[in-house]
Design a protein around this ligand. Structure first.
Ligand code: CUA
Length: 340
């Protein structure tokens, strides 16, 4: 069996074994379902390590079973076992070879991962991702400042194009982890670190903060949405537009409620005076798939629930509940629903 067939067989075995225990490895957040070259290299190494681990486990258990079945009577135990030194030495030698092989495999993966960006530098898309307690700020860089774009919790990328992600933190240490596209990388306050990803197929890749960062660490998810280049270009052009003018009397009243309340201190809605930068940009809020960094699906009833009781849904979140009169709240929701 060649090395690559061994790795492939091990991966299938590991996927089947983990699938039985962990609910499947083919989902939107799985390192065993790689969507690009970086994740592919990591999945290959994972397959190798799991295969080696399985072989070592099977051999060790077999030796244990053999020892139990062939154990000697207590009277014989005092006499020396002449073969024991040879067996222990052989096992030690095998263990050292296995460990060294794993080190070499790991170094080769690391080298291959480092080499990918070198080849990808031309034509790459650059995106700054900033971790906040507990959401992701996403800023697309562009040489033309008018084509720079800020959004939140949803990273759209074109299929087949390398993406350089500059990771930063606004507060504490977070960790960017989208298992279908790459391994983990910490976001450290005061530092900027680069991570390269690429999606080779269209799809949604779920990511999750992987470093404990406070009460709502578990509710700090993001979606990476990979689409065909022309779909990405369409999405980008639509996102660059300022917010739609409110349609109808209720939405217009809702915009006035938004601008007259504390919302503007934290949120930006491009095309209005609201320019806060400490919370997610809401310019195209209603077009996103989730609310509060993957905490809720982004539907009108969930938006209402979230705005009326953010502390009940995500305790400790920086967003306060606004005690709005019912009429103002209804108008506000009409406005927010229109932010497509
Ligand atoms: Cu951010 Cu955990």
């Amino acid at each position: 069996m060649t090395a690559s067939r061994f790795v492939s067989a091990c991966r299938k075995l590991a996927t089947a074994a983990l699938g039985a225990t962990a609910g499947g490895c083919s989902g939107v957040q799985s390192a065993f379902n790689p969507g690009g070259p970086q994740a592919g290299l990591i999945a290959r190494e994972s397959g190798w390590l799991l295969g080696m681990g399985a072989v070592v486990f099977a051999v060790t258990l077999s030796a244990l079973v053999y020892a139990v079945l062939h154990r000697r009577r207590p009277a014989d135990a005092q006499s020396a076992n002449p073969g024991i030194v040879r067996w222990v030495s052989a096992a030690l030698a095998v263990a050292i070879v296995v460990l060294l092989t794993n080190v070499v495999v790991d170094m080769r993966t690391g080298r291959a991962l480092a080499d990918l960006p070198e080849r990808a530098r031309a034509g790459a898309l650059t995106v700054a991702v900033t971790g906040h307690q507990w959401w992701w700020e996403i800023e697309y860089e562009h040489a033309d400042p008018r084509r720079r774009l800020t959004t939140a919790n949803e990273l759209h990328i074109p299929v087949g194009r390398p993406v350089k992600i500059e990771l930063r933190s606004a507060d504490v240490i977070h960790s960017f982890w989208v298992p279908g596209l790459h391994g983990k990388r910490d976001l450290i306050p005061g530092r900027s670190r680069a991570l390269w990803i690429q999606a080779d197929r269209a799809g949604v890749f779920r990511g999750q903060c992987a470093e404990f960062c406070g009460d709502q660490h578990a509710n700090m998810a993001l979606l990476v949405i990979a689409t065909a280049p022309e779909d990405f270009a369409r999405w980008y052009a639509a996102e660059l537009l300022p917010a739609r003018a409110p349609a109808g009397a209720a939405a217009r009243a809702g915009q006035r409620v938004f601008l007259a309340n504390a919302c503007v201190l934290c949120h930006t809605i491009r095309g209005t005076p609201a320019g806060g930068r400490v919370a997610p940009d809401l310019t195209h809020l209603a077009s996103r798939r989730s609310l509060a960094a993957g905490t809720l699906p982004n539907t009108p009833p969930h938006r209402r629930a979230w705005v009326l009781d953010p502390q009940g849904i995500k305790p400790g979140v920086r967003m306060p509940a606004l005690a709005l009169p019912a009429r103002d709240a209804a108008a506000l929701f009409a406005y927010l629903d229109g932010l497509q």
